[in-house]
Design a protein around this ligand. Sequence first.
Ligand code: F6R
Length: 251
Amino acid sequence: MRRLELEGLKIEVFDTVPELVARAAGRLFDVLRTDPEAVIGLATGNTFIPFYDFVATGYRRAGISFEQSVTFNLDEYLGIPRESEGSYHTYMDRNFFSKTDIVSENAHIPDSNPADPEGEAENYERLITRSGGIDVQFLGIGRNGHIGFNEPGTSFDSRTHVTDLSASTIESNAPLFGKGKIVPHRAITMGIRTILDSRKIFLIACGEEKSSAIASTFTEGRMTESVPSTALKLHRNVTVLLDKPAAKSLL
Ligand code: F6R
């Protein structure tokens, strides 16, 4: 592993995805070993599939339990049943919740079909605050630099809110919904300020398709709402874990 520090953010670059995943999972296990009641912010997407696989397979051996922990997912699509193939409820049940000892009442994801989406977003934000805030937040990054579903142009002061997904996000995520299925165009996402309030943040990116988002994030002195990931420069405890193709522009 190679360590760098750029723009106040710690970076770790790994030769392989399995090495990266083992490191990220190890950091999560460390948090839970120190504080079994930790509040954990979770992400979905392709990047996190091997991560959850590693965590679910290894957590007992690592001597930790999720029984007392609380989790908050970053986001969920709007306007689909929670059981839809592409929903983040389905993703989390399949990849993580069903494979660990997490207590379902402690595992939070925004409702995918609320009567009042804005009210649901406000309640979600309130629930995070009431839980004492997020101790450690895991993030992926979109090809356009989004974090959570905070698309380019989102205010750095945003809290959990309803958002319209960009065309590139809809296109990237369409395969998850299966052939011919309608891909939602709206979502509820934690806001950028919600994410920045987390005490510790890990951002994970793998593959060359993320290299330009990573390059934009680390452009010297650049902090702009048109690249949401640049907001991470406002935080004092961020570690970015990259494989070599994603880190291409930094090496
Ligand atoms: C998912 C999320 C998104 C993804 C990002 C990368 O909960 O918040 O920001 O992390 O779109 O997705 P993948 O890993 O599929 O490239």
